[in-house]
Design a binder for this molecule. Sequence first.
Ligand SMILES: Cc1cc2nc3c(=O)[nH]c(=O)nc-3n(C[C@H](O)[C@H](O)[C@H](O)COP(=O)(O)OP(=O)(O)OC[C@H]3O[C@@H](n4cnc5c(N)ncnc54)[C@H](O)[C@@H]3O)c2cc1C
Length: 412
Amino acid sequence: MASDVHPIVALDPTSHVVVVGAGLAGWRLVEALRRDGFTGRVTVIGDEPHHPYDRPPLSKQVLAGRMGAFDTGLARHDSPTDVDWRLGVAAVSLDVGSRTVGLADGTTITGTHVAIATGARARTITTSAGAQVHALRTRDDVVRLNDDVMGSSDQATVAVIGGGFIGAEVATSLRGRGLEVVVLEMLARPLVRVVGDDVSRWLEHLPGAVGVELRTSQTVLDVESAGSSLRVRLGGGDDVVASVVVAGVGAETNVDWLSGSGLTVDNGVVVDENLQAARGIAALGDVARFAWQGPVGPEVVRIEHWQVANDHATQLAHVWMTGTSAPTPLVPYFWSDQYGKKIQLLGHPNPHDEVVRVFADDAGRWLALYHRFGVVSGVVALSYPRGLMLAKPLLQVPTTIDRALERAPWTQ
Ligand SMILES: Cc1cc2nc3c(=O)[nH]c(=O)nc-3n(C[C@H](O)[C@H](O)[C@H](O)COP(=O)(O)OP(=O)(O)OC[C@H]3O[C@@H](n4cnc5c(N)ncnc54)[C@H](O)[C@@H]3O)c2cc1C
């Protein structure tokens, strides 16, 4: 799917940038604009009551009890302070022609530029237990989950619905606190839809190695109250009774407020290769579906990675400050800490791409290359960060799999 290319409207000192979404992408954009010398007005609108904070630690250090939920703030001592904050109030509309954002409290803010950085929210499942089934997306979510875990007995069992990245990290953190954890995965293997068949098979032994029970091919029919516990009713009939139930079943973009705006919204806000959605309006981070020049060819993608939100912010600041496209191509990067290991992925491979494992050692570390049409489309590693970073040049310019195997940069 090709996206239209919109004109870039460059910033000047009289410009007013309105950032909608006080998360990672929105905040990094503010930092990048100020770093690049923008002296005009900046307003940040956020529906959460908090200043921007980091999400990756929520399912890792915070849930593991090694970091406080309120120690995750993104502001540093040298962060910009000349920002007009509108926190705890949602944007509810956007008039594209005038770049006017309507807020839930009835007020409006008009900018010369609007950056849409409203990210995503946790997908929820509808069950009889309602809000007793936890999700994990926000700081408030982790505080609630933590309170529930603390309130349950030492012998508590936690049922995690969904064995994807968030589910696996929740399982790891709570297992590390001594709880019995059962992961209920709908598919035959966790992550198969993301990393493909081979790689998911190489990962499937990880939960068991740290004492987490993984049950695959499970259909959750309902979660219902069972005295002071919850009963997860499964299609196969072998129900799980748990003190705490967490659903990690994916995310949905926060785009409802844009309905009627006229912007193209299709699994995210559709933007061009400069992240522009319309004249003076851009989208970035988890909410953006962007035109990307990948190593195998042009694609339109939406990628929910921490590093992509950062890179988008740097890119958009460059585009708006200079009126020109950013020079460096984006190489998506993702990591996940699960079951005592670190999974890292570079690029945006398709789960159906071919994969070849090019390194493995006795410590269980390995590295593999994805390829499509004979060109390297991704690099995935288990607890081998050095090899992964050495392999990054394979994605910075299109590289054939034959050439990659010949050069073997991960061995240097
Ligand atoms: C628990 C957890 C762990 C993660 N771990 C990793 C990891 O290990 N590695 C990795 O690469 N990525 C990880 N991620 C993903 C990463 O955090 C996201 O890619 C990143 O947060 C995206 O930033 P964003 O600013 O685009 O969106 P968000 O972080 O979702 O921020 C968007 C903000 O906009 C607000 N908002 C939404 N709608 C409105 C509205 N109408 N008006 C005003 N404000 C609004 C939202 O409430 C939110 O505060 C993790 C995510 C979670 C939830």
